[in-house]
Design a protein around this ligand. Sequence first.
Ligand code: GLA
Ligand code: ZN
Length: 672
Amino acid sequence: MIPYEKLNKIAYGGDYNPEQWPEEIWEEDMRLFALAGIDIVTLNVFSWAALQPDEAHYDFSKLDKIMEFVKKNNLKVCMATATGAHPAWMAKKYPDILRVDFEGRKRKFGFRHNSCPSSHTYRKYAPMLAGKIAERYKDYDNIVMWHISNEFGGECYCENCEKEFRVWLQKRYGTLDALNTAWNTAFWGHTFYAWDEIVVPDMRSEHFEVERTVFQGISLDYRRFMSDAMLDCYILEYDAIKKWIPDAAITTNLMGFYKPLDYFKWAKYLDFASWDNYPRSGASYANIAMSHDLMRGIKQGEPFALMEQTPSVTNWHPYNALKRPGEMRLLSYQAVAHGADTVMFFQMRRSIGACEKYHGAVIDHVGTENTRVFRELTELGKELEVIGSRTFGKKTDAKVAIVMDWDNWWAIEYSAGPSDDLKYRTELERYYETLRNMNYDVDIISPEDNLEQYQLVIAPVWYMVKGEDDEKVRSFVKNGGRFLTTFFSGFVQENDLVTIGGYPGKLRDILGIWVEEEDALPPEKTNSFMYKGTQYPATLLCDLMHLEGAKQVDEAGYEDDFYKGMPVLTVNELGEGKAYYVGTASNEAFYRTFLADICSEAGISPVLVTPDGVEVTSREDAKERLIFLLNHNDKEATVTLPFAAEDIIAKQEYEAGDLVLAAKDVKILAIK
Ligand code: GLA
Ligand code: ZN
């Protein structure tokens, strides 16, 4: 959980690197932080080289000074362990810490997020440093949270990883026979007779592109192994901190829909989730919301920390557009609206050298408070003061869940066929964004999570059905739940081996259909179908299915091609519930109509009905319910409130009736 006992309001601040600046400037930083209402700094993110100048020595003198200084200035600290980039001397002395890339090239020293997760050097010295920092600063009660390393990620294909991969495989499969079966190695004569015959799947072996492999089983397991290997490194540091500070609140900054790491698995080892929100410019609000909801979902709905965002501009997108006036505030509140209880930035003072010198900051190169960005930050700082701890611990009571699963993501996109254009995230977006745009609160859950609290569970392209997960859905539906899945579902089990006997495999009886074939449509081609008197496009994939107890929902099936007349949408009544199947991909107009129909039949309502571009979410606890109104439009919008409410920022009461929101404005309303 977020360490609420150590916070009196939404924490406001972010990455602060005073070590990059002469000490004379620190006082000025403090003056400006106070003006903007900054109350937390994340320290020490990339300080390994400074803290450990050589193998035998540690030097905490600078960090000691910084800690005393920020404490004296009443700042809270998010303390990082500094292991996001290893020192140059370490790479020179112990080259095993350097990664090998996908092409098999050994990296030289440089960059960051650069340590091999299987390196003995890294696994020894990273937790050692984390432990030393914890031991040294354990009595600072202004350290409110711990931040391990930074944005874990990437991958390594070195010999140590290869060896560790074999160990991981032995744990997973026990015997080579089991492994040969799981990977179907009889194909292309891949049978393994000894563990050390197994090599890493990269461009030297099974791949012909980063995302294209000829042996899905091997490549999929390597992804699982890499995610686990990095998680092990995280856990080593976590344990090193807990040894000194058992009640430390520890996290690492995640990256939303980050493909290489299975965050559902990681989340079990995070005291609370935190993440860095850097949407590409032009991203829809629903798209950003989906990442927030994933970050809330990995901890089963617990509020999370917004660890980083830019106050104004990034440096690493192709076109680094400025956040427009009001946009920083709007996106900050959007995070809170979806469950964040901190609003933090990268970075506090804009650096003068290297690749982040043009990345936005609280304090710009001009060095004063007289900037647009600083003024906007100051306004937000004041508001957060007013809001105080009012959002703390409040959760979203969603009745709809969307299932997301890293194994599925990896397996679908490694799959050779049926379509290069089939992207897991896009399929999730079709459902999530449509619901979001209609103001339904949605949880994003893992197939391992409980389904009981939901009335509608949507699992877009649930390609890989692992273990007994189908049984969970079966009983959810029998007990009155509504379940929806789509084309390319139920094809394989956890090792990516096809479940034979007809698609969608283990989901066939739940859905009451048999999918005989799937037709991939090139981008320029569409089929079509009618639903409620309107014609909609069928794109990407078209399932050719037969009814086995399910009823056809569309009016006349596909309208074109040799499968004209075959059903597109079906519903199967099973026990008290219903299972829907959507056999193709369509447009937002279709998803809006279809999902609104399913929701209304299931008795699920949107939080509020509003004009387009006005997002509404809710968070609540036993005492009160907060409704967040976010006007993402460039013009004002009128929302009709069906209830009286208190505006917790403006400290004002509203009667039921029309409420006008200015362009980009936000209101947080409390209803008892
Ligand atoms: C990431 C990192 C930061 C910084 C920002 C810049 O989120 O964690 O160190 O590089 O990106 O956008
Ligand atoms: Zn490695």
